[in-house]
Design a protein around this ligand. Structure first.
Ligand code: BEZ
Length: 342
């Protein structure tokens, strides 16, 4: 491990050494200023390398010891892991975690025994769209070839950004004639009312909440930040309106939550969001381009194609995911995707 190298002490050496050198070997005197420059230059730049500090350029997109959002691999040895954590610490509150991406097909903490205490509820959030507009160098891609993973974009950001409109017109607002869609896109409140995004919420019981929160904070990386969001719990498929379709245990967990106008439980939960201002946000990308990247990219968590297919299975009605899946399948018919080359 490098220690911080002092440029100051090095500069003093650089001033003094050429002076003595020129006394002993006078015919070197003309080279004194040249020697001083190079010696000083070395001192100016080398401490950055020796101190182990990344240059600002290297620091871009560098992860901070966070666990991979999907792999649960931990690149920094001294960062807390759930295995180290005191999982029996009692917290007052449970943790509610919204999943719209990999959490839909890979539950949090799935590798730990405590995961059996987590419960999943399906439902939706209002006022967001989900897009493969976040690049991934550490999950479904590499720094050399970044893949694509999903993030969610709020209605207000969609309304304020004309470059997002075409994609939302094509999918979430496809049931509206163009003038009506334009009127909705111009009004963030109306747009929020048109957008319902399917997902799930995980309930982490109070005895695991603190440890899970610490663990999940380390998972936040590559541009994702923790925010809060309001989740509407849906009635499970096949459940009757009378009993809500939930088990006794689930009903106990949901008891006491506020309800919406039709009696559905409402949950304020945490969510990982790659906002339009983060460095990994690629922004609107045409579906052919996104599909070609997904078709090719592979990362530590596996092929990007697998991520798309598993996500699409979770939300088969989403026309945006359908369109990407169709494109990737067309590409795979011509050239096998990265997943089938493994
Ligand atoms: C998700 O599945 O909701 C998710 C997981 C990690 C980062 C971003 C989103």
């Amino acid at each position: 491990m490098y220690t911080l190298y002092s440029p100051k002490s090095h500069s003093v050496t650089c001033l003094v050494a050429p002076f003595f050198f020129s006394r002993i070997f006078p015919y070197f005197s003309p080279f004194f200023p040249v020697a001083f420059f190079f010696c000083g230059a070395e001192s100016r730049f080398s401490y950055l390398k020796r101190s182990g500090c990344p240059s600002p350029a290297e620091d871009v997109g560098r992860h901070t010891g966070a666990c991979s959002a999907e792999t649960d691999k931990h690149p920094r040895a001294n960062a807390p892991t759930m295995a180290d954590a005191d999982t029996t610490t009692i917290d007052d509150e449970p943790l509610w975690l919204f999943g719209y991406g990999s959490l839909l097909f890979k539950p949090p903490l799935h590798h730990l025994p405590l995961s059996k205490d987590l419960r999943r509820f399906d439902g939706h959030v209002n006022g967001y769209v989900r897009r493969f507009w976040q690049s991934s160098y550490d999950n479904r891609g590499t720094p050399e070839y970044k893949g694509r993973v999903v993030t969610i974009v709020p209605a207000a950001a969609v309304a304020a950004t004309p470059a997002f409109h075409d994609s939302v017109r094509e999918h979430e607002l496809r049931h509206l004639p163009p003038p009506a869609a334009d009127a909705v896109l111009a009004d963030p409140a109306r747009l929020a009312g048109e957008l319902a995004l399917g997902g799930c919420v995980y309930y982490v019981p109070p005895q695991h909440a603190r440890a899970a929160r610490a663990y999940l904070d380390f998972r936040e990386k590559d541009g994702y930040a923790v925010e809060e969001i309001d989740f509407v719990v849906g009635t499970p498929a096949g459940g009757s309106a009378a009993d809500g379709g939930y088990s006794d245990e689930d009903r106990e967990i949901l008891a006491g939550l506020p309800r919406d106008a039709v009696g559905r439980p409402l949950i304020r939960c945490v969510v990982y969001v790659g906002s339009p201002t983060n460095e990994s946000f690629v922004g609107p990308e045409d579906n052919d381009t996104t599909a070609a990247i997904i078709h090719r990219a592979v990362g530590p968590s596996g092929p990007n194609v697998e991520y798309l297919m598993l996500l699409q299975e979770q939300d088969p009605e989403d026309t945006y995911l359908q369109s990407l899946k169709q494109r990737v399948e067309r590409l795979s018919a011509v050239e096998p995707s990265s997943s089938s080359r493994l």
